[in-house]
Design a protein around this ligand. Structure first.
Ligand code: FAD
Ligand code: SF4
Ligand code: SF4
Length: 481
């Protein structure tokens, strides 16, 4: 069935509806409704099928976007799913949480004047439909190859690698310190962006394929790196970055000032129905409190919107730069504003006030100055601009660094960069330990799910090449074959 593409001139951009603000403030369900087939088809037909598709160039996975848009516009959804899943391990997840405004959609050539094709929403629709119709199958290999790999960390980087290696017949063992699979997709990102069932159904498929998950197992504590390397032909480290950047200033140690990830993890665990003493005692619960979140990235946006849903009395976000210079996705800022969050741009905390616990934040206004060595505009304090905001819960969302990795893994030979991330050879993804590879945030620093997937897939290909070469060297007959 041929379709007419290039409909952007006649068909306006239309995103799936957002749920009503009052309803969405009251629960942790995703805020975007599903596309239906007519909407996905119509919106796909807006694509102009560029010869050099900048959307694809700016997608970290180089997804074949024009092809799956055309197939969707033609109603050939199973083929669209095959094309989309050929380059992306979790397209329905990226369709939900990639910052598309900075990646594929932000570079769509019809953006200027006509507004981009809704690439993320279509990608989500294709794979959700594929799940509904039973087209998504477990990555069961055609045959076992008798070799085994160990993956440390069940976040998107580790899972993407596990899936690729299992397809090739490896016995894949995933070691994860937590009790659930998904990494930050499970315990960091809240359900209103990515419902937990979406990650769980992927976990189930990977288990059906025979991947062994060793949950509650921390490498470096429960199993040493030496032992792990002895068990497997090769090992992948995909353990993310978790050390929160700290706040300074008077009163910074007062009770009531908490770390973003502790706060979000507690909220996500409550969503699973777990017992969380620090939530139940009120320490990590925003209900009825005046909440101030400090930071301007995705984590800060997730904290303010979680606080709204927990029934906070007021929610403010304090960020040192302005709206145009914040690192978080603009789409998420708009969602937060709709939900009642107040943004205090160009503001920084000076001191935390209170006796037994924090009660207020004293802050000052800033202005943007000249660009610094990194090219970013510096910020300068404005004399006499102090102000105070009530704050009975302060959430620190200033970003994450890696911990001391050689110490954590008990492996002094594991080299790190000057940022503390794992040092790898970028062609082979191998660390300074032979046969030990690394992928995702632990290599890049805090990044995105889509980049972790990309790294996991690339690292898996390199692990396969390295193991194959080692096997060929130890068996000359194999090399001759
Ligand atoms: P992780 O997802 O961190 O997974 C690492 C896993 O390794 C964890 O499960 C951890 O428990 C486990 N682990 C650690 N050490 C050990 C050990 N020694 N032994 C065994 N297991 C171990 N990205 C987006 O694209 N879109 C978003 O909207 C978005 N929102 C975010 C919101 C928040 C609050 C945060 C914190 C991040 C967000 N990100 C977002 C970033 C994204 O989640 C990460 O870039 C991505 O999850 C990194 O994947 P990873 O596999 O490298 O690590
Ligand atoms: Fe866009 Fe992310 Fe999908 Fe790539 S993976 S097409 S960047 S939504
Ligand atoms: Fe279609 Fe936009 Fe990609 Fe061009 S850049 S192929 S119009 S989605």
């Amino acid at each position: 069935m041929a379709s007419r593409m290039l409909q952007f001139v006649h068909v306006p951009q239309q995103r799936p509806e957002k749920r009503d603000v009052t309803a969405r403030r009251a629960d942790f369900r995703e805020i975007y409704t599903d596309s239906d087939a007519p909407l996905a088809r119509e919106q796909s037909s807006r694509c102009s099928q560029c010869g050099v598709p900048f959307c694809q160039v700016h997608c970290p996975l180089q997804n074949n976007i024009p092809d799956w848009l055309k197939l969707t516009a033609e109603g050939r959804l199973e083929e669209a799913y095959e094309v989309s899943s050929a380059t992306n391990t979790f397209p329905e997840i990226c369709g939900r949480i990639c910052p598309q405004d900075r990646l594929c959609e932000g570079n769509c050539v019809i953006e200027k004047g006509f507004e981009s094709v809704t690439i993320g929403a279509v990608e989500r629709f294709i794979t959700d439909t594929a799940f509904d119709r039973g087209w998504v199958r477990a990555p069961i290999p055609a045959s076992e190859n008798g070799l085994s790999v160990g993956i440390v960390g069940a976040g998107p980087g580790g899972l993407a690698a596990a899936e690729q290696l299992r397809r090739q017949g490896y016995a894949v063992h995933v070691y994860e310190r937590y009790d659930r699979v998904g990494g930050l997709m499970t315990y960091g990102i809240p359900g209103f962006k990515l419902e937990k069932r979406i990650v769980q159904r992927r976990h189930e498929l990977l288990e059906q394929a025979g991947i062994v998950f060793r949950l509650g197992t921390e490498i470096g504590r429960d199993i040493s790196m030496d032992e792990l390397r002895a068990r497997h032909e090769a090992v992948l480290l995909a353990t993310g970055v978790y050390k929160a950047r700290e706040l300074g200033g008077p009163g910074a140690g007062l009770p009531g000032i908490v770390k973003a990830l502790d706060y979000l993890t507690a909220s996500n665990r409550k969503g699973f129905g777990d017992e969380v003493p620090e939530f139940d005692s009120g320490v990590l619960d925003a209900a009825g409190r005046d909440v101030v979140v400090i930071g301007g990235g995705d984590t800060a946006m997730d904290c303010v919107r979680t606080a709204v849903r927990q029934g906070a009395h007021s929610v403010k976000c304090l960020y040192r730069r302005d709206r145009a210079n914040m690192p978080g996705s603009m789409r998420e800022v708009r969602n937060a504003e709709e939900e009642g969050v107040e943004f205090l741009w160009l503001s920084a905390p000076e001191a935390f006030l209170g006796d037994a616990a924090v009660s207020d934040v004293r802050a000052m206004r800033l202005r943007l100055g000249l660009p610094d060595a990194s090219g970013r505009q510096s910020v300068e304090p404005i004399e006499g601009s102090h102000f105070t905001v009530p704050a009975t819960l302060v959430i620190k969302a200033l970003g994450f660094d890696p911990e001391d990795l050689p110490a954590a893994f008990g492996e002094p030979a594991l080299a790190v960069t000057r940022w503390g991330t794992l040092k790898i050879d970028y062609r082979t993804f191998m660390t300074t330990l032979p046969g030990v590879f690394a992928a995702g945030d632990i290599v890049r620093g805090a990044s995105l799910v889509v980049w972790a997937i990309r790294d996991g897939r690339d690292a898996a290909a390199q692990m396969h090449a390295w193991i194959s070469e080692a096997a060929a060297q130890s068996s000359p007959q194999l090399a001759a074959d």
